[in-house]
Design a protein. Structure first.
Ligand code: ZN
Length: 225
């Protein structure tokens, strides 16, 4: 996805950044930082992201907090939760019913965007047997997702000797998502950290050692054991 991101795309990105796992709370970061991070995640210019944040603010979806940071309003958060929920259900439609691989499903779901009405999404969810998670481990129920965030951390935070299970994969970077599947780093995989050096890691997976750079490690959300 290059140009032409919708309000929903931005809300989804801000939601991801606002409910991080083992990361910052937005109240310690200023809005320029949010604009920069949103721009990086969506692959747009910082100016475009700044413009869109202003528009979201004008529409009452984002507001400025005490320290001028951009945070989702109640309305913005509700809409973001609807967007991510729909995305996760549609991904399961693509994998479970249409035969797409999990690595393909994210991009295809983005292409569908708003194709289905809320009622259709509810029916699809029921027909799929109410799946708990998207193919990449993200819970369909956003309340459960936010509660579970407290139990998870990015793999890049673990130290040498830690053992963990992969629970969720960051999915906004299509190439990275494909790489996780090529490497077998998928939800449910047990891993052990052999070496850790400033975010770069060497993992042991089923007895195989493999190096991960910081970006690769930061996109894997794990439950340490
Ligand atoms: Zn997903």
């Amino acid at each position: 996805m290059a140009a032409g991101h919708s309000v929903d795309d931005y809300l989804e990105t801000i939601y991801f950044l606002a409910f991080p796992i083992g990361e910052y709370r937005p109240d310690t970061k200023g809005s320029p930082t949010l604009a920069v991070r949103v721009a990086d995640m969506l692959g747009v210019s910082r100016a475009s992201a700044g413009e869109m944040l202003k528009r979201l603010e004008a529409e009452g979806l984002v507001e400025r907090g005490e320290h001028k940071e951009a945070i989702l309003t109640e309305q913005g958060r509700a809409q973001a939760e609807r967007v991510v929920r729909r995305h996760r259900i549609i991904e399961r439609l693509l994998t479970d019913f249409m035969g797409y691989t999990p690595a393909e499903a994210h991009e295809q779901a983005d292409l569908l965007g708003n194709t289905f009405t809320d009622d259709m999404v509810e029916r699809i969810e029921a027909q799929l047997g109410k799946p708990d998670r998207c193919p990449h481990g993200w819970p369909v129920d956003t309340d459960f997702e936010q509660a579970e965030n407290r139990e998870l951390q990015p793999l890049s935070d673990l130290s040498a000797g830690s053992e963990a299970e992969i629970v969720r994969l960051a999915e906004h970077d299509g190439d990275l998502l494909h790489w996780y599947y090529d490497e077998g780093l998928v939800p449910g995989t047990r891993i052990e950290v052999r070496e850790a050096d400033g975010g770069e890691l060497t993992l042991s997976v089923d007895g195989d050692e493999r190096p991960l750079d910081e970006k690769q490690a930061a996109g894997l959300f794990v439950r340490a054991s």
